[in-house]
Design a protein around this ligand. Sequence first.
Ligand code: CS2
Length: 485
Amino acid sequence: MNIERLSISSMLNVADNVKQPHYALGTILPSIVHFGAGNFHRAHQAAYCDALLNQGETRWGITGVSLRSPGMRDNLAPQNYLYTLAILGEKETRFRVIGAIQNLLVGPENPQAVIDLLASEPTQLVTTTITEKGYYLKNGVIDPDSTDIANDLASLASPKTTYGYLAAGLIERASRGDGPITVMCCDNMNAGGERLRDGVHMLLAKHSPDTVNWVKKNVAFSASMVDRVTPATDELLKSDVAKELGVRDAAPVATEPFTQWIIEDNFAGDRPPFDMVGALFVDDIAPFERVKLRFLNAGHSMLAALGYLAGDRFIHEALKRPIFARFTEQALKLNVMPVTAVPDGLIAEHYIAQVFARFRNGNLPYAALQVATDSSQKIQQRWFPSIDDALKQSGDTNYLAFAVATWVCFIHKALVRGDLNDPLIGEFTSCSSTGASSDVLAFLTLAGANKFSFFSHMGFMASVHEYHDYINDMGVEQAIEHCFE
Ligand code: CS2
């Protein structure tokens, strides 16, 4: 397409009906450093920052850091880091140009630049969307044997992990005597702030025990609950954006109208006034994280496995099958709800209904395989704690047992078809059998189930095996019909 590329200079040509930054592009102070500037971050946190900048809060620009690939930087640098957010509602689509990202660093190209930035006085807040696998957890704790963690334990000269960059940056910040700073998790994690703190302390103990006290006094490790369904970008989006804006964008993002950000009010550096633009500061983040993971993300992962087994490409397609919609809703209402404390004022049934309405948005197709990416890391937070709680309280766990069985079948089928995208793909490949029941134990062990009590609960595991066999014998829809209808 022979049209101009989106950039500060071509902004003048962007169609008037597209919402654009009101602030002077190029004059923003980036006091936030963000690890993992992928689509989710660009649709969520960067949109909040953009709204703040529009209100005149011109300190809260972002410098992004990519830990591996230069792809996003290569797409955005020629555009002065501007990009389009396409907000796709069921009936209406809106476009908005976001200018909150000021720069994007690629860690491996110049690790010292990232370390210096973390140490520099104007940096007040560091945030992360590095996905579950970026925390290197094995059975709930940071795995010192993973190659990347071992690299950072050996030396912080060229860190491979976010923990490594943070530790190196904080050592430098402490030695310069620069001020306090907040590190905040924006991933779908339980107690994400504590995990970041643990990783940093593990590396400090090795490399700079003297810095530990400074960190205890000057760094807040905080967490937040982030929510906005944001699929991967496809070519159709790029051409829709070009038509609408009249300029070309190599990296637009599509997202839904809904957005939510609940932030643990635990800051050491200056606190960006995100509450001015719709975020909520709370003292206790745990119930919010729990609700999101156990209902929204848990339901997503169920629909992804069910849909994949039935041949659906997208979540909204899986939800069009009444049997899957009913199954997932019952799983959340009958198995998860009774054992999940929700924040004051939230009604779980309403929350679930809203989640389903969002998932049904066919204008924003979300691939089942995207949700199923890294599922071995996801289900240990999304499903396993609910199962243990339900067993402890003698609650119903049949739907969750069936969900676990569908996941085992999903891994097997995705392996065979070459569709599996998971950090443990090598391990899954070497222990996979021919779809037999032994997969159940082997796969669940890889997903960290042995740390949970359900794994040694004979009744629960017998159900998983039984459901697994039904699914293999009769297909997933008939198996649900046979077992639950
Ligand atoms: C999804 C989430 O891909 C996934 O695993 O469950 O990314 C989900 O879309 C977001 O958490 C919504 O906020």
